[in-house]
Design a protein around this ligand. Structure first.
Ligand SMILES: [Zn+2]
Length: 80
């Protein structure tokens, strides 16, 4: 079936069978769009809150940040 990427708007072929894991980048067309979306909300989250100590980051957030770093996307934060 065809699915439209919610980040860049590209229509791409979305193949998924019931009972199997969703595509890695769903609902985005690529890892880059997925990362762009993640970095967007992470930046927004940081923008509306005071700097948080690392201990408050959840495991999921740590994994996301690591994934973004692998893609060469840096999250700006002012922490030393
Ligand atoms: Zn996309």
């Amino acid at each position: 079936m065809e699915h439209t990427c919610s980040m860049c708007g590209t229509a791409y072929d979305f193949v998924w069978e019931v009972g199997t894991p969703l595509p890695k980048n769903f609902p985005f067309c690529s890892a880059r769009c997925k990362a762009a979306d993640l970095s967007k909300w992470i930046n927004e989250e940081y923008a509306i809150s005071t700097p948080l100590p690392d201990t408050i980051l959840s495991e999921t957030e740590r994994e996301l940040l690591a994934e973004l770093a692998e893609l060469g996307i840096r999250i700006d934060d002012e922490r030393e």
